[in-house]
Design a protein around this ligand. Structure first.
Ligand code: ADP
Ligand code: MG
Length: 257
């Protein structure tokens, strides 16, 4: 029998915490390990789409079109610069889906239904969620087996996590009992500041083993790579940021298998 497909949402309702950076780089390292991987861009800001070099003005069918039932999902999947990593891209149109879904029967399970046939094709599906606890995010979490939560090593970083945890509880209770937290990932760590170290200490104190061993350092290469439309493993595979995401990928594989 083939191995099961793991669906992992990258989610935190705060913006700028490293969700998209994590989604792109985790997905590409998973693909490098000979897994077949699909990255779904569920954020209307479409940073994962542009970060993998796809120009949405040049393609006809995107995630919005399949959620709106205007296109078949298989016609909305594109190759990326990494072999075995495919992308289901987003554009600003996706923001309208938030409103359109409201009147839809089983509005929280639309993405789950859409990706069901893809689970035979892919080993991993990674979903880059928007910075909100909106209906799109609920669709992402309902379609997932796991959620990975990036947390920036900044003041107030842990604030809001209890709201996210409550949302996860509610999704587990009403929509998706299988949903598990894959882990909390500390990002943009700056070893020179006591604040960064304090955030790491309090995250480990509160969330214990849920916090990944890997901590992603603040690394300018990680911000440069998306402007070239490639992940860090192609842009600068030996920088500290690349090493961290490579290690994180091993931890994720261990936790979900
Ligand atoms: P989100 O998707 O949560 O909004 P992003 O992944 O887009 O967050 O990251 C926000 C900004 O921080 C982006 O400009 C990104 O390039 C930058 N960034 C993310 N992770 C790091 C890091 N480890 N070091 C330095 N900059 C980072
Ligand atoms: Mg993002």
């Amino acid at each position: 029998m083939s191995k099961p497909c793991n669906v992992i949402s990258i989610s935190n309702q705060k913006g700028g915490v490293g969700k998209t950076t994590t989604a792109i780089n985790l997905a590409s390292y998973l693909a490098e390990e000979t897994n077949k991987v699909l990255l779904i861009d569920l954020d209307p800001q479409s940073n994962a789409t542009s970060g993998l070099g796809l120009d949405v003005t040049k393609i006809k069918t995107l995630l919005y079109d399949c959620l709106a039932k205007k296109a078949d999902i298989k016609d909305c999947i594109y190759p990326s610069s990494v072999e075995s990593l495919h992308l289901l891209p987003a554009s600003q149109d996706l923001a309208a889906m938030e409103v359109e879904l409201v009147d839809c029967v089983s509005r929280e399970t639309q993405l789950k239904l859409l990706i069901e046939p893809l689970k035979e094709i892919y080993d991993f599906i990674v979903i880059d969620c928007p910075p909100s606890l909106s209906l799109l995010t609920v669709n992402g979490l309902t379609a997932s087996d796991y959620v990975l939560i990036p947390v920036q090593c900044e003041f107030f970083a842990l604030e809001g996590l209890s709201h996210l945890v409550q949302t996860l509880e509610s999704i587990r209770l009403h929509l998706n009992p299988q949903l598990e937290i894959a882990g909390i990932l500390l990002t943009m760590f700056d070893s020179r500041t006591t604040l960064s170290r304090e955030v790491v200490d309090s995250a480990r104190r509160f969330f214990k083993k849920l916090v990944f061993q890997t901590i992603v350092p603040r690394n300018v290469r990680l911000t440069e790579a998306p402007s070239h439309g490639i992940p860090i493993l192609m842009y600068n595979p030996h920088c500290q940021g690349a090493e961290a995401y490579s290690e994180l990928t091993q931890e994720v594989i261990e936790r979900v298998s």
